[in-house]
Design a protein around this ligand. Sequence first.
Ligand code: UDP
Length: 469
Amino acid sequence: MESKKSSLHVLLVSFPAQGHINPLLRLAKCLASKGLLVTFSTTETIGNMMKEATNTKSSNIGQGELRFEFFSEGWEVDEPQRANLDAWMNQLRTVGRESFTELINRQSEMGRPVSCIINNPFVPWATDVAAELGIPCAVLWVQSCAVYSIYYHFQHQLATFPKPDQRDMTLDLPSLPSLEFDDIPDFLTLNPYDSLRKVILSQFKNLDKAFCVLVDSFEELERETIEVMSRISAPIKPVGPLFRSTKDASVRGDIWKAADDCIQWLGSQSPNSVVYISFGSVVSLSKEQLEELSAGLLKSGAPFLWVVKTPPADMGSKPELPDGFKKEAEGKGMVVEWCSQEQVLAHSAVSCFLTHCGWNSSMECLTSGVPVIAFPQWGDQNTNAKLLIDAYGVGIRMKKTPREKDGAAVGTRDEVERCIFKVTKGSEAETIKKNALKWKEAAEAAVADGGSSYRNIELFVDDIQRMAS
Ligand code: UDP
């Protein structure tokens, strides 16, 4: 006999970073809306930041309930220690793991034993904890299936990847477009951050122990890659775009407070006029790049909303906008530290998104029907940009020009201006917008009743119910 849905308790555990929290929390909301008891957890440090920024608290969603519980990584404050990624991951794997185990045991003592754990593969040890306690464990892959394939082929040495001095070599993998050097996640080619590469590849460590690999993508977007990878690795269930799968926007997982006045400001702008610019939660731009971008924005004459975020202490210094820029930009644009990107992308005043192409941002603009100016900085952003532009046809890629002065590559002010014009008014603009709207519709259909991702969520809940019986 199957367990009743209301007696099922799903515990999600997220790596403590915004780009991981958002898709995990969206999945949590989606499962709660199916009538399950769902607990979302991450570290206390980040949990406290979430509470402060968005007043995160338990709530009923549909027939179900979403709760929050956090575990300790043994560090009081967020920033300084994290600068050493190896040490931080080690701390999570040891102190974090112990505290997470206590959190699970507490659930049983409170009369709501955990029926299933879902982790993201940046915390592979959660799968070990689940196995020790005899709890079924699934994972949510929070990047594209294409990137899953690339990492998998690298990790299992199933393809030859170009070395730094083989920039003319392409990477050809089944079902993916031919990838040039700059389209491949640079952790695998130039390897700028060795510690991060280790974490990236450790994602496969426990993947085969999960009873299910969920992906924040959808069948219509990555059908062939999902089929290929399901054959050679584990069966993959696309359940995205999670961004669209729950309409309940009242629970958010922002780590920083969003500026509400920018939504009001968007309301004062003409439809389809504003360039939205954001580089996600981690990327920091060089001083020179900030200068070029600000000059390009002013040259374009388009109104703009620009998120200039202070990166975590270990990832860069506070960005300095050029002297006088804010004054010059008065009446033309708005600069904020953080915003509700979901709301911004859904706003009719927004004409295009200049993005670093993190997978969340990529999915969010693709499924909001907003054309893209892709300006990837590192990692999987390179591959996401390739997909958005060449495979899905929803924008253009900004060219980088190597500068002799300090050797750093930048997108020049002329290039910024050219891209804004091209994607909003140029000869390709209409086709780009049409493609963007096509993907928006496909995404909406995937998560609507009976759609491909909707069915996969239902099947997943059935699996949990069966295992709990
Ligand atoms: N985001 C936001 N407000 C901002 C900038 C970003 O809410 O001002 C959200 C965005 O919607 C996305 C996440 O932060 O869900 C960033 O994830 P992504 O994978 O795009 O980039 P990362 O931060 O991991 O590099």
